[in-house]
Each structure stands twice: as C-alpha cells, then as structure tokens.
Design a protein around this ligand. Structure first.
Ligand SMILES: NC(=O)c1ccc[n+]([C@@H]2O[C@H](COP(=O)([O-])OP(=O)(O)OC[C@H]3O[C@@H](n4cnc5c(N)ncnc54)[C@H](O)[C@@H]3O)[C@@H](O)[C@H]2O)c1
Length: 462
C-alpha cells in the first residue's frame, strides 16, 4: 500500500483513446490528490501516451499530460492490477456500430464493453463504482449491473453513467470548462452514494451549477440525443444548401439570418460537405435501432433521415465536381485539401473525405491528399483504393498539375495559402470546390479559378 496511501481516491480508466486519455489527464491535472491510471490492451497506444508523441493530436493536451504524468497520472497495460487497486473504474472503450448479426449496421457493438465487465469481475476483490464513460444505448447500465453483480465473490458493483460531451479539436478547453457534467445513477442509497463520489471529482474544478445529476437512463439517453440534435442541425442547413444552389439564395446569408433568432442561435449552422467523426453517425443509428426495438418506427425514420441527408450531401458534392469538370474526372489530378473530419484533429473516422476519395477513385480520378495532421490515418482508411491515391504533406505540391482543389477540412492554414502561386501551377481551367465555405471565393475567382462553394452561386469563367 505504502506509495498509494498519499492519494485520497484511486481512479482508473479502461480505454486510452480520444476520450479516456484527455478526460483522465484533465482529472489528474486538476486533482493531484487522486491517483489516476489509464489502461489499455493496446501497448503501442500506452507507449505513445508515455512518450512525447501522444497517440492523438489535441491542442494543449501535451501540456496537461506533462503536468500530471508520473506525479498522479499513469498509463499502463497492467489492466488487472489497476482494476484490483481502484475504487472507481471509468470505462471508455470503443462502442462502434455492429457490423454483424442482429442489428448489423445500426446497433452498438457492446463486445468491448462487456469484455471489460468480465475483466472487472475477474480482477476485483473489493466493491467498486463503475462509470460508463463510453456512449452506450439507453438501459445498458441495467444489463451491466446484472452481469457484474452475478459474481460469486460477494462484491457489489454500482454502475453510474457519466457520458462525455467533449468535442475533438477542442477537447482540452471542453474538459477544462464544460457546458455541463452529467452524472446518472440509480435512485437507491448505494446509487446516490456512488453519484456523490463522482460529483466530488468534478467539483474540484467545475462549478456546482454545471454538475447535473439525473437517473441513469436519462443520462445514457441524453448523450445519444445531444449528438442527434447537433448532427440534425448540420443536416438541416445542408439540405437548405442544396435548395440555395437552385434559387440563388446564399446559404451563409440564410444561416446568418436565422441564427439571429435567439431561439435558433448561431452554432452548427455552417453548410458543409457533411458531418464526420466517430460519434454522430453511430450514435444516431444506435438511437434509430433503439426506437425500432420499441416499435417506434416513425421516430426511428425521423432520426435516420439525419444520416441519409449527410450521405446525400457527400454524393451531391462529388456529382457537382464531375458535372462541372465536363462530366469526367478520369485521369484528372484532384487535390484534396484536408482529410481529417474537422480541423485541429488528426482523427479521420467517418470523415467525409473518405467517401469523396472513394467516389473519385471509382471515377478513376488521381486523388492527391494533403493534411497537416491526418495523413497517417488517411493511408489506413484508403487501403482499398491506393492505386488512385497519392499523399503529399505540402499543399502547393499537392495542387501542382491538378485540375481541381476540393477543400475537405476547415484547417486555418488553407485560408492563408498563396492561391495565385497555386493557380499558376495548375491545369486550366482550374476549379476550386469549397466543401467548407471558408475560402475567399471572390479573390479566387479574380485569380482565375472557377469557384464552386456550397449553397451559393458558383463564380465561373466558363
Ligand atoms: N471521440 C469522441 O469525440 C467521443 C466523444 C464523446 C464520447 N465518445 C465515446 O467514448 C467512447 C470511446 O471513444 P474513443 O473515441 O475514445 O475510442 P477509441 O477507439 O479512441 O479508444 C478506445 C480504446 O479502448 C481500448 N479498448 C478496447 N477494448 C478494451 C479492453 N477490453 N480493455 C482495455 N482497453 C480496451 C482500445 O484499445 C482503444 O484504445 C465511445 O463509446 C465513444 O462513443 C467519443
């Protein structure tokens, strides 16, 4: 015990990914009185967390990790040992969409989650609080409690839900100053006691009025609903971008006008190539599946359309490219500026750029991909069409000899490039398809580009 007694709580997190790593680093940085250990089956990932090259890119994350690592923050593959010593076990393993069997393509695949439950039973010899940090279907806590408490060691496990609302790219700021922290528990004596323990952790830096407690089902469901609502705003404005292109309305002006209605507000109203990331699509499809399983088919269809609209937007973008480039892109070099699903992350999971690249490869275009942080992930995502793809760190090189640039990710640096120089090195007529509406379209047009924004009249010399 010796070394551990100086810590007032022993917390671990199973799963050292985009959520487990940053979340625990923040807890450790804010609470030096707790010992925080993050464990994972992936040794390479753990090694990276222990190095100067963290396994994920997040602005400000390295500084937070460095502050606590070795002091009260530890990354390890010794899962059993960590579980045994912990009082509180956060579980932040991946919960992807099921790809096989019942519910394939929609339901959440809970195999990793259930495996951790079995690891917890095996390694434990004292009561523990198990915290659902992963995003899970509503009522998972009930199944988990049944599995965990079926142990024959007489140990009591209390499952609470504490979904994570951080956004990649701003994870550190979101964790430091969250809009809210949600903790759901059973309304029993042990449930409420466990809830209080978790509240106590966040109360070290989050103001009391931002820490919400609820019943465990509301907490589980709120995470799915938050993602569904956020994605729905993107699909809503994207559907309007299609209409704008036919009516000469400007989607940015429309968004600006509706955003000033305080009931609507300005966020998540930028028309774009579509949403990506590991969560929105999988969480909505999970919501759809849950609704279907309760016979709520109309509710299921309503939310499913958010995903269908997103697919439509990506297809529409590629169709516009092909149509404007004289109905063929075969053999044409097309530079994709950005591959990450959003700026300030190297994460490419469900990035719209993946679908766009695959569709262009099917049309036999030569796709050249550049991105400041995501090229390694892009290479893994595009294994199936590598013969049509090239990777290039320098955007100027990527655009050299290209017929078109398609802007996929809203990296700030793409706004600042010398487009005059880029234009001079491209094939003519040269096209820009701005999938995020971030470039200076008028300037690009004046340089000589044919410019195709989303939801606005194109500026062309043709
Ligand atoms: N990425 C986000 O922005 C975000 C935001 C909020 C919530 N979430 C949710 O958080 C959860 C984790 O997401 P993520 O993006 O961090 O996933 P991730 O894939 O980056 O990380 C999950 C980690 O869990 C590890 N793991 C899997 N099974 C394990 C086991 N049995 N024992 C130990 N480690 C195991 C994997 O090796 C991996 O490193 C998901 O449920 C996701 O929906 C993600």
């Amino acid at each position: 015990m010796g070394g551990q007694s100086r810590f007032s709580k022993n917390i671990i997190c199973i799963g050292a990914g985009y959520v487990g790593g940053p979340t625990m680093a923040m807890i450790a940085a804010k609470c030096p009185q707790y010992k925080v250990t993050v464990v994972d089956i992936n040794a390479e990932r753990i090694d990276a967390w222990n190095s100067e090259n963290l396994p994920i890119f997040e602005p400000g994350l390295y500084e937070v990790v460095k502050q606590a690592r070795g002091r009260n923050l530890f990354f390890s593959t010794e899962i059993e040992k960590a579980i045994k010593e912990a009082q509180i076990v956060f579980v932040s393993v991946n919960t992807p969409t099921k790809t096989f069997g019942e519910g394939a393509g929609k339901a959440a695949d809970l195999q990793y989650w259930e495996k951790t439950a079995r690891d917890i039973i095996r390694a434990s010899d004292t009561d523990k609080i198990i915290v659902e940090k992963s995003t899970l279907p509503v009522r998972t806590a009930s199944a988990m409690e049944r599995i965990l408490n079926a142990n024959d060691k007489g140990i009591h496990f209390e499952v609470v839900s504490n979904p994570e609302f951080l956004a990649e790219g701003t994870a550190v700021a979101d964790l430091e100053n969250p809009d809210r922290v949600l903790i759901g528990s059973q309304m029993t004596e042990t449930g409420l006691k466990a809830c209080k323990e978790i509240v106590e952790i966040y109360a070290n830096w989050v103001p009391a009025q931002k820490i919400l407690t609820s019943n465990v089902w509301s907490s589980e469901l709120s995470k799915l609903v938050a993602n569904a609502f956020l994605a729905q705003r993107i699909s809503s404005i994207n559907s309007i971008s299609a209409l704008c292109e036919y009516t000469e309305a400007n989607v940015s002006e429309v968004a600006g006008a509706i955003a000033m209605d305080s009931r609507i507000g300005p966020k998540f109203l930028n028309a774009s190539i579509g949403f990506g990331g590991s969560c929105f699509k999988k969480d909505i499809l999970n919501l759809v599946y849950i609704c279907e399983s309760y016979g709520l088919h109309e509710v299921a269809r309503y939310w499913e359309n958010v995903v269908l609209m997103n697919d439509y937007q990506k297809r529409r973008f590629v169709k516009t490219m092909i149509r404007t480039m004289f109905n063929t892109v075969a053999g044409k070099r097309i530079a994709l500026f950005g591959f990450a699903f959003k700026a300030n992350t190297g994460d490419t999971r469900e990035s719209p750029a993946i679908d766009v690249t695959r569709q262009l490869a099917e049309e036999r275009a030569k796709v050249v991909i550049t991105d400041p942080k995501a090229l390694d992930n892009a290479k893994m995502d595009l294994q199936s069409c590598l013969e049509f793809v090239e990777f290039c760190e320098d955007p100027y090189e990527a655009a050299k000899g290209a017929h078109a640039i398609a802007l996929m990710t809203e990296w700030n640096e793409y706004k600042k490039l010398d487009y005059q120089k880029i234009y001079s090195q491209m094939e003519k007529p040269a096209f820009v398809f701005d999938g995020r509406n971030i470039l200076d379209h008028k300037l690009l047009f004046e340089i000589g580009f044919n410019v195709f924004p989303l939801g606005r009249v194109p500026l062309t010399h043709l």
